[in-house]
Ligand binder design. Sequence first.
Ligand code: HEM
Length: 489
Amino acid sequence: LITRRSTPPPPPGPRRLPLLGNILDMPSEKEWIKFSEWGQTYGDISSVSVFGQQMTIINSAQVAMDILDKKSSIYSDRPVVPMGGELVGWKNTLALTPYGERFRNYRRLAHSVFGSRSSMAGFEPLEETETHRFLKRLVSTPDGLQDHIRKAAGAIILRISHGYQVQEGADPFVTLADIATEQFSLSSSPGGFLVNLIPPLRHLPSWFPGADFQKTAKAWAETLCQMVEQPFQFVKQEIAAGSAEKSLVSILLDGKTLSPNEEFDVKWLSASLYSGGADTTVAAIYAFFKAMVLYPDVQKKAQQEIDAVVGNDRLPGFSDKHQLPYITALALEVLRWHSVAPTGVPHRVTEDDVHEGWFLPKGSLVITNIWKMAHDPRVYSNPMVFEPDRFIAKDGKKPELDPRDLAFGFGRRICPGRDLADASIFITCVMTLAVFNISKHPDGGEINMEQTTGTISHPSTFKCLVQPRSKKALEIIQGDVRLDACTVA
Ligand code: HEM
């Protein structure tokens, strides 16, 4: 007699066809919309099967915490990405590195340098300096808003990771990193390369018909290598010359003799910050500008708070934050209103698990629908509206859920740059609003809440006017940039 222990069912979801599973149900873009519909139909935890692989979709922050935080020891691996991860080599960066020894080391190192609010405080002068430079670029060429945001985000990350100060105009490291990041995005998308859907293809030699991707992989691996190597060598030279600014790399290298393995970790971890932190911050800051165009009353209220607390004869800084509750709430609302990483980054389960009666097999993926969590009417009132007041307790009403509890992901893979992102968003909002008015461009047309598809999603492009608030504001922008060296304890 054969007794078979029956396996519990997978979480509910659209009907799976024999062989095909749910391939035909899968959205080709903006997955978060379809995933939200499945949430409505099947509940906060649902699942589909694609090429025999189960994908469990979580539509509520509470469920994500119950699974990814509380059972983090088995929910912290990443999927294998044949093209981007294996062939091009991005699996050496933190975001794609498998759960294991190297992963733990990366996280430990990252935490030691900027993993807490207090360690981040050492980078605040640098954030203020780079943001002031951003204001200067903006006043001289307001039409270049998107480029200026990108430059400022890259400048902050490269200073924190490598103590490198970007050049005005085209900067070689920023250009290189942006090319590599674009190649990452292309090489990790499931639809972009067949080898990502049919992994055994990765063993085809490059001369084989249809295996052109091998040549592309080689070229992109070279770009990635340059992106990792060049800034790292820069720090080594600076240390040798005695002129290194404090940065993640200089702190971890200075005065120590590292084994090749340890050096590998410092090198790849530092490069991981740019790919994880530049484009994400850009998307959030651009969303801030869009929100200010769409919500002039919010802008006015924010400026009134700055004027009352800071006055009009200096730029605000981090030291003013505790007196600026509305701006603090506004920065949180930026994070909630526009989901930078709408479907997070997939986690991979390393052991069979049963959650509330549903089966999540070893090797299956878990996707967090962060967009839905941030726009869930059960959690946020009028979720599509930009409304900072939701985060301020008033008349006995408690503030709504802090979006930092969901926007940065979950469990042991939670974004290690969250305090840095938080700081960058706050300082850009407050410094910009202190000296600029942001308004609709006369030939800007209709502005909507559209956002681009992809792991990192940007607000759709729009035109706006960015004008100094007064003559005095212009003087402040054009004043000297405080050149505080970074003071990392
Ligand atoms: C608004 C800005 C940002 C948002 C919304 C954001 C969001 C996220 C999310 C959702 C994840 C995936 C978490 C998970 O797997 O559950 C993540 C991972 C990551 N983020 Fe961020 N992030 C931001 C800024 C940054 C910054 C500034 C840095 C670097 C300094 C950074 C570095 C990383 C890295 C390296 C990972 C991979 C972590 C791992 O796999 O262990 N991020 N981020």
